[in-house]
Design a protein around this ligand. Sequence first.
Ligand code: SAH
Ligand code: SF4
Length: 356
Amino acid sequence: MNVRKTNIYDLDLDQLGVFLSDMQEPAYRARQIWQGLYVHNWQAANEFTNLPKDLRQRLDQTIDFQPLIPEEKLSSSDRQTEKILFRLTDGKAIETVLMAYEERRTLCISTQAGCAMGCVFCATGQMGFRRHLTSGEIVAQVMYYARQLKDRGEKVTNVVMMGMGEPFHNYDSTLAAIDRLNHKYGYNFGARRFTISTVGLVPMIERFTKEKRQINLAISLHAADDELRSSMLPVNRKYPIDVLLKACKAYVETTGRRITFEWALIRDVNDSPETARKLAGRLSGLLCHVNVIPLNPTQKYPGQATTRERAEAFRGVLEKAGIPCTVRIRRGIDIQAGCGQLAEGTQNPSDINFSK
Ligand code: SAH
Ligand code: SF4
């Protein structure tokens, strides 16, 4: 019988203790393994030189120290963006993107294989839902790059949940992963360096608000009226803009934290100065920031990216209304670095120029 090994990153420190006591090992071993994983970034049983050799061998038989198999790696032509397609133990695929900008090393990680939300312009939405990731599969994406960067003398500085999937549809595993990475005896990655991006699942925004965490929150808005938003983001039929913005307002009031709105600028769809004015009206009085980014075109959606001039004009309208706005450049466009574009491409490999 082929018994699947335990993904080591699925265990929190207490669970690791239980796992080891089941192996008749003393409690302090859990702390040693935790240190090896999250302080030294060891990723194979034989690297755990703080453990006796026979224990390393026994662990190797039951534990998976590298639950993600890097299958394809792409680098953008300017080498600033790198994207990996990881194969999960059940054969499903996810993507992780590393973006280097000055001193920043931002990781864009996945929380699900595929996505159930069906946003029409999104490659992940177009492929549909495969499954939730476990907390350990979310953690493992960060620890993979922690190790890669450590070997180059660098560090992960920010983690954004903007890869494949809807983090608030997989709320418990996403938050458990953040807690594990935040653990003070482990990786100790500050809560303020995480950003969760959500399509707008209102009950989960409310739950998150009550938890009063330091994690940053971004909302994918993309439209200022319900008709347009529902046509692009089906979830809007369930949680229309008024309801969503009410939840955002409660979040800002309860936590005192600024909220970010994401806006993909699609030519002649949501990029006009009138739309910017409508948006400014809806956001007025809210402690927020708007990130606009030109659409990353995908195979199954006919929309095109806006122009630089129109993006600047859009920003100008918002700024004039007192709403801070940043125009993001599209990073890694030559490596399909947009959400879900690589995993989708693997079903059609001839579309992609891999540089392995
Ligand atoms: N499910 C979450 C997080 C993953 S998507 C969410 O929707 O917020 C991360 C961001 O990428 C979202 O703002 C999403 O709207 C945006 N996005 C998806 N496809 C895109 C595309 N083709 N071009 C530009 N932005 C896109
Ligand atoms: Fe899912 Fe986000 Fe893509 Fe919408 S934009 S389909 S919520 S990953």
